[in-house]
Design a protein around this ligand. Structure first.
Ligand code: IMP
Length: 201
């Protein structure tokens, strides 16, 4: 399997992607190691699919190598799917996890637990220099808490209890989260598509 460039600069995401893809023989390298300059690809799409493709294509054009991108976020049902594609900048500043969690807790504080349902979504896109692309979506359903629990993970992890469990992703061991997360589900689907294309790979 060839070397694949990670479009993301988010170290948490890269670690999770590497942990999962290494199990099926892909080698992921960070974009700076592939000679990609420190530029931002604007995430102005309205869907995870659009943003994921835009990131993968933008970085692939800068390095000329197979590139993988993840666009992900949290959809909360009683907030009509927000924060959704705006998950990273829900409270304004890009990537301020504490501010994002505070805003989410404030919006949900009157909502009973049973109605605080939602899901993490990850859309992984892989693009090749010849224009080929694969797109894989993964989701994990759960409930949102009103107080953070657990030191692990990142983003909304300390507020998210996956369905069938009574602890948050913030309380999961990383390798346990990586078995059931939205990102794991998207990567499993990507693997399935890759195998379908190259049955002997
Ligand atoms: P992106 O970099 O635009 O895809 O933004 C992803 C954002 O969604 C992150 O900044 C987090 O706020 C949230 N997010 C995505 N995946 C996860 C996860 O696995 N755990 C917690 N938060 C996540």
């Amino acid at each position: 399997m060839s070397i694949i460039v990670a479009a993301s600069k988010n170290q948490h995401k890269i670690k999770e992607i590497e942990a999962i893809t290494s199990q099926f023989g892909m080698e992921i390298i960070p974009r700076d190691k592939a000679g990609v300059p420190d530029v931002e690809i604007e995430e102005d799409g309205t869907t995870f699919e659009e943003n994921s493709y835009k990131k993968a294509l933008g970085i692939m054009k800068l390095c000329g190598k197979i590139t993988i991108a993840d666009d992900s976020g949290l959809e909360v049902d009683c907030l009509d799917g927000a924060p959704g594609v705006y998950s990273a900048r829900f409270a304004g500043e890009d990537g301020n996890d504490q501010a994002n969690n505070d805003k989410l807790k404030a919006l949900l504080k009157e909502v009973p637990y049973e109605q605080r349902t939602g899901r993490f979504v990850s859309v992984i896109t892989m693009v090749w220099p010849d224009g080929k692309r694969l797109v894989a979506r993964g989701e994990v359903e759960g409930h949102i808490l009103l107080e953070e629990k657990g030191p692990n993970g990142f983003g909304y992890d300390p507020l998210f209890v996956p369905l069938g469990y009574d602890i948050t992703f913030g309380q999961f061991e990383p390798e346990e989260k990586n078995k059931i997360s939205h990102r794991a589900n998207a990567l499993k689907e990507l693997k399935r598509q890759l195998e379908e294309q190259q049955p002997d790979a």
